[in-house]
Design a protein around this ligand. Structure first.
Ligand code: GN1
Ligand code: MG
Length: 362
């Protein structure tokens, strides 16, 4: 692997000399590496993109390049630092946005942003407020992006599409696991209409479509040492969709008292002070452009995206663990249970969540 990585590293237009390339992070999809260079040269992030999931990596990289260029122009105009406040894609030595190796694997690189902090959950309402402001600003800066982005993951947060996949996997039962999870299947089925009802509002245009991130969990945000949001990372899923899901997905991770795959379900519940903190930050940046219908559906989006995650983890379990990386053959089921516990907690607190949104939007 070391030799392969060294070879891949040479394909990119990195400044300086590579000292070491080593694994980094806990992504569920791609393989990520840290590229350390000698002396004062910048360090980099190198990623092998998961080609089973991302079928059109050239278009994905093109989306990322367009979004980061747009962000950098805005950041520069506002007097910010475009190299720290937005991702910088590092091209290959022949000027391409990705490198295809001998095994047809696609690699991409970006500048590593030094002196930042990442979190797995928010440990204070203040941090959550900063996180909400960060995603709110991100959406606001992209709200005037004209050209449409390529739809590189058709149906990503689209519940109608997710239920088509679900019905198909249940029919095939490829790993013979379906009979073991009848109770969990009922959790999904009993909410089918409610969740499709939300998505129908996106389909009719009642909830508008905008340029969105689509994977806004807290670990995809870099904070500076003062606790301010510096940069939104992991732009693989930038797409046109509803911005409510960016809010909902953030709540799913920021406000979870436990881990996404917590084995102790007592740890898992929605922390309402974090919910309020995040919502306050988010609305402070977005209430000027969100429509009435978006505001009315904001709290629901947290339930929607958490439900979607329960469905996706359970579906991958029934399918035999083909999508998410797993540490053993119960991992997707553990994730299903932990995210379901979080969903139940959101359902119990839903009226309070709606009241907080109403209070903060005034
Ligand atoms: C995946 O690989 P990562 O951690 O960025 C997934 C998200 C899920 C998330 C669950 C392309 O993201 O949709 O919410 O895992 N990304 C894709 O933690 O499916
Ligand atoms: Mg991601």
């Amino acid at each position: 692997m070391k030799e392969t990585l060294a070879k891949i590293g040479k394909a990119f237009a990195f400044e300086g000399t590579i000292k070491e390339i080593r694994p980094l992070g806990e992504g569920l999809i791609n393989d990520t590496f840290f590229v350390e260079t000698e002396g004062d040269s910048p360090n980099y992030i190198l990623q092998r993109k998961n080609k089973n999931i991302f079928k059109d990596i050239p278009s994905m990289m093109d989306n990322i390049f367009r979004v980061t260029t747009h962000l950098k122009n805005k950041i520069t105009a506002q007097g910010g630092d475009p190299l720290r406040e937005a991702l910088t894609v590092t091209p290959t030595t022949d000027g391409k946005l990705y490198f295809k190796d001998e095994e047809n694997e696609c690699w991409a690189a970006c500048l590593f942003i030094e002196d930042t902090i990442t979190y797995q959950y928010a440990d204070s309402p203040e941090l959550a407020t900063q996180g909400g402001k960060g995603i709110g600003k991100f959406q606001a800066m992209l709200s005037d992006m004209k050209e449409p982005l390529a739809d590189i993951l058709p149906g990503f947060h689209n519940m109608r599409f997710r239920f088509e996949q679900w019905d198909d996997v249940l029919k095939k039962d490829p790993a013979g696991r379906k009979a073991k999870v009848q109770e969990e299947i009922d959790w999904i089925e009993s909410r089918r209409e409610e969740m499709l009802g939300f998505w129908a509002k996106v389909e009719t245009g009642e909830i508008p479509t905008r340029v969105t991130h689509n994977d806004t969990k807290i670990s995809n945000i870099l904070f500076d040492k003062q606790g301010n949001v510096l940069c939104v990372i992991d732009l693989d899923t930038v797409l046109s969709s509803t911005c409510l899901n960016d809010y909902g997905d953030a709540i799913r991770s920021y406000a979870n008292a436990g881990k996404e795959d917590d084995e102790n379900l007592d740890n898992v519940y929605v922390k309402m002070d974090i919910f309020e903190g995040y919502t306050a930050g988010y609305l402070s940046e977005t209430k000027g452009f969100l429509t009435q219908s978006e505001i009315e559906n904001l709290a629901f989006s947290a339930k929607y995206i958490t439900f979607e995650q329960v469905l996706r983890f359970l579906m991958d379990y029934i399918d035999g663990d083909n999508y998410y990386k797993v540490k053993d053959d119960t991992h997707n089921l553990v994730r299903t249970h932990a995210q379901y516990k979080l969903l139940q907690s959101m359902e119990e607190n839903y009226d309070k969540m709606c009241a907080i949104v109403t209070k903060l939007v005034k």
